[in-house]
Ligand binder design. Structure first.
Ligand SMILES: *[C@@H]1O[C@H](CO)[C@@H](O)[C@H](O)[C@H]1NC(C)=O
Ligand SMILES: *[C@@H]1O[C@H](CO)[C@@H](O)[C@H](O)[C@H]1NC(C)=O
Ligand SMILES: *[C@@H]1O[C@H](CO)[C@@H](O)[C@H](O)[C@H]1NC(C)=O
Ligand SMILES: *[C@@H]1O[C@H](CO)[C@@H](O)[C@H](O)[C@H]1NC(C)=O
Length: 748
């Protein structure tokens, strides 16, 4: 005990680093501190106000909305570290990695760490003063890379971990029992656990049971070499062991296979994480669901992962069914054929006869497997390896409940998905880490609406929703985010309130027309942006993506954007050289779920500047570096400056002026022509024909036709030069009736 070096309580102020990541629409807050690394264990207070972080050689407490960080050092003394490395362990693995962190009672926490491959535990008063050491064997792994699980129920610690240095004695045990209750562990019976990887444990009060989730070698499938199976096992909290048989051993342990498999396909057999979705208020506990992430052992399915859900009723019926029995001579499992003496897994067997206890000791593997809800996979991801998940039931605007999954990928993305009738819909993808990082823990705080992600580098806080990211009713509805709906009064996308409404949200259909129409759809269109340019300047205009699922398209009224003149960049922006042919209006449209919306409008206009530009010089777009700032580069290409300086250009200047005059008269002619053309085309039914016409026009014609005339009027309202207002949302562009194909008319 003297080797423990703890008792220092530090209160850090300002030594915590906050950094912001850039994921569009998401300001993620990361808190890290150079002393708080390898944040492997997170613990949230019930109200979500306090976050306890178990890290390497330390624990930290972060109060909500506060920079204050309490930190407790708990590191092995040098002597232990030396011994650890002398035993052949890497020095980097010898520190104390906190692996158990639980509330013991209202005043105390209980924590355990690997402590230089010699696990220790401590009692801590919540604010990190007053500590009492405790034994750590069997409560925490020796090796920081081994997974474990722990849960405290009524002051007793239930753990699943390996209990020896070599890591080959896995146990599920109970500690901290007092009085007539005794500490319990698994009997050494053959086959109770077969090289398991513990994932999680959860307590269901009404059942009086704790369920453990893990994967292990499935010896019952002896025809496949080292076939991994996922398991759920259970024990009763009321268990106190047998009187002669199974003394100080579980009398209520039973396990069953969790099968995440679609018909006629290889199973996703390796469980990665699982979370419990408690039933809605008033529903029976039997409706409890467990959502798990599963991957496959076979390379056919490598890189893929599946989500399966399991219902408590199904689990219970598997545990009350028949059990397999192991033939000790042949080491083969077979289905039970003898008379059933007792129900294995039943609570309250401690006073049972030896005969009954011998029976339950031999019969612990359920014959049936637990099949997923609907006998099918909840979702499959072909390209993402999900590693962690959290699940939440969310009440949508219409008071219906939806299940939302938060899934973390191996490469540092958080996917938020809503489960719909016909499958999962991914609402958004948030980049949590720039570099892929092994995620150590994920905690969802429903009352605070945040998710905490713990990694080797620190903890990142992600709000569960950011409705204000969607700035039109259409975007708000298309997101199909049960957290968000369109508020017609404030005309913003807001967090769903308690008052039920059928407006401004359509999770199942994503039908913008219905959800927004009734909200007296007003074209909440982006304000047009005036871009003043000099000729020959390279321009880049941005198009914000409506969502991951949207498709962005650039349009010019009545003209096609040929790839000879325009560069379509990967981020959706458009780059081109300002020439008389490319001046004018640009629209960025986004298509999703059959709905079209305008994301940005630009009016590219020539600067009213002295005639320093030569329209005769057309540099190719790629000869200039493309400026990365929004809209327009501040500096024109070099060409202009040298041109303006040299006096020898005087003759050219005159030529240019003459050319300009010719151009202008040509332009006026075209304008007149266009006006006439427009009067005629009023009766023409489709814009498509206009497009075909435009293909045959010269750039100058197109310019004259599009930018300066046709668009300058809408509903009889003149377009003020230099100010483009929200005109094009109900635009005259694509629909003959002055409306987009999928947009309801303003008046209705
Ligand atoms: C939500 O989105 C808006 C708009 O993109 C952004 O300004 C704001 O910072 C975001 N808030 C959070 C908490 O991410
Ligand atoms: C909590 O547990 C600790 C350690 O067993 C004990 O000393 C303390 O009195 C308990 N507190 C309460 C409120 O029961
Ligand atoms: C079990 O036995 C104990 C004494 O060994 C007794 O106090 C208790 O009432 C018994 N419980 C049941 C359910 O029979
Ligand atoms: C601790 O974090 C470092 C990186 O900061 C990482 O390389 C190492 O593997 C982590 N150790 C454990 C046990 O997770």
């Amino acid at each position: 005990n003297t080797s423990l070096k703890f008792g220092h309580t530090h209160s850090f102020k300002g030594s915590t680093f906050f950094s912001l990541y850039c994921s569009p629409g998401r300001n993620l807050i990361r808190f890290s501190n150079h002393n708080v690394r390898n944040t492997t264990t997170l613990l949230l207070s019930q109200d979500g106000d306090m976050l306890y972080v178990g890290a390497r050689d330390s624990m930290a407490l972060k109060l909500n909305h506060s920079v204050i960080f309490f930190q407790l050092d708990w590191s092995p003394p040098d002597k232990d570290l030396e011994q650890c490395s002398m035993k052949g362990k890497k020095m980097a693995d010898c520190p104390n990695f906190i692996r158990v962190l639980q509330f013991l009672n209202t005043t105390h926490l209980y924590a355990c760490g690997t402590f230089a491959f010699s696990p220790r535990c401590i009692y801590i008063v919540s604010c990190f003063h007053c500590l009492k050491p405790d034994e750590g064997r069997g409560r925490c792994p020796y090796d920081p890379y081994q997974r474990n699980t722990a849960i405290i129920v009524d002051g007793e610690l239930y753990t699943g971990t390996v209990a020896d240095y070599r890591g080959n004695r896995p146990v599920i045990s109970r500690y901290l029992s007092e009085g007539s209750r005794v500490d319990l562990k698994l009997d050494d019976t053959l086959g109770w656990l077969e090289d398991p990887t513990f994932i999680r444990s959860t307590f269901l009060p009404d059942e009086g049971k704790i369920y453990f989730f893990f994967s292990e070698v499935g010896r019952e499938y002896d025809f496949i070499d080292k076939f991994i199976v996922s398991r759920i096992s259970q024990i009763c909290t009321s268990d106190v062991g047998g009187q002669r048989t199974l003394q100080r051993r579980w009398t209520t342990f039973a396990k069953a296979q969790l099968l995440c498999q679609a018909d006629n396909e290889l199973p996703y057999n390796v469980i990665q994480d699982i979370d419990t979705l408690l039933p809605a208020d008033g529903a029976p506990e039997d409706d409890t669901l467990f959502y798990g992430i599963f991957t496959s052992q076979w390379s056919v399915n490598s890189g893929r992962s599946a989500v399966c859900s399991f219902r408590l009723t199904d689990i219970k019926s598997v545990f009350t069914g028949n059990y397999k029995v192991l033939n000790r001579d042949t080491l083969q499992w077979r289905a039970w054929v003898q008379e059933k003496v007792a129900n294995p897994g039943e609570c309250g067997l401690h006073n049972a006869s030896d005969n009954v206890l011998r029976f339950v000791k031999e019969n612990f593997l359920a014959d049936e497997s637990v099949r997923p809800v609907g006998r099918s996979l909840t979702m499959v991801s072909a390209e993402h390896n999900y590693t962690h998940l959290a699940v939440q039931r969310v009440q949508a605007a219409n008071s219906r409940h939806y299940t939302v999954l938060f899934l973390l990928t191996e490469s540092g993305y958080l996917h938020k998905a809503v489960l719909l009738q016909n499958g999962a819909h991914i609402i958004e993808e948030v980049q949590v880490f720039e570099q892929p990082q092994p995620i150590k823990s994920l905690k969802l705080s429903i009352p605070k609406g945040v998710i905490y992600v713990g990694t080797s580098e620190g903890v990142v806080k992600v709000p569960t929703a950011n409705c204000s990211f969607y700035w039109t009713c259409a975007q708000c509805v298309l997101a199909r985010d049960p957290f968000c709906h369109w508020d017609p009064v404030s005309r913003t996308c807001v967090i769903v309130s308690k008052i039920p409404t059928t407006l401004g949200q359509d999770i199942d259909g994503g039908n913008v027309e219905e959800a927004c129409n009734s909200v007296s759809l007003t074209p909440s269109c982006p304000a047009g942006e005036l871009v003043s340019v000099s000729l020959n300047e390279v321009i880049r205009i941005q198009c914000p993506a409506a969502s991951q699922l949207s498709q962005q398209v650039w349009e010019r009224p009545n003209s096609r954007l040929s790839s000879d003149l325009y560069l379509f960049l990967e981020d959706g922006s458009l780059s081109f050289v300002a020439t008389p042919a490319t001046l004018g209006h640009y629209l960025c449209l986004s298509f999703e779920n059959g709905y079209q919306q305008t994301m940005a409008i630009y009016h590219v206009k020539q600067k009213s500047s002295p005639m320093t530009q030569s329209p005769t010089r057309f540099p190719r777009p790629q000869t200039y570096p493309i400026p990365t700032t929004q809209a327009v580069s501040r500096h024109g290409p070099e060409l202009h400056t040298s041109f303006a300086k040299g006096p020898c250009y005087l003759r050219e200047l005159v030529v240019v002026s003459v050319l300009l005059v010719i151009c202008l008269s040509l332009l006026i002619t075209m304008v007149l022509y266009a006006l006439r053309q427009r009067c005629r085309s009023r009766t023409a039914p489709q814009a498509g024909t206009a497009n075909r016409d435009s293909d045959r026009r010269t750039p100058v014609e197109q310019e004259a036709l599009s930018g300066n005339n046709i668009l300058s009027k809408h509903n009889g309202q003149a377009l003020h030069s230099g100010h483009v207002s929200g005109l094009f949302c109900n635009g005259t562009l694509t629909g003959p009736n002055g409306h987009l194909p999928n947009t309801p008319s303003e008046e209705s």
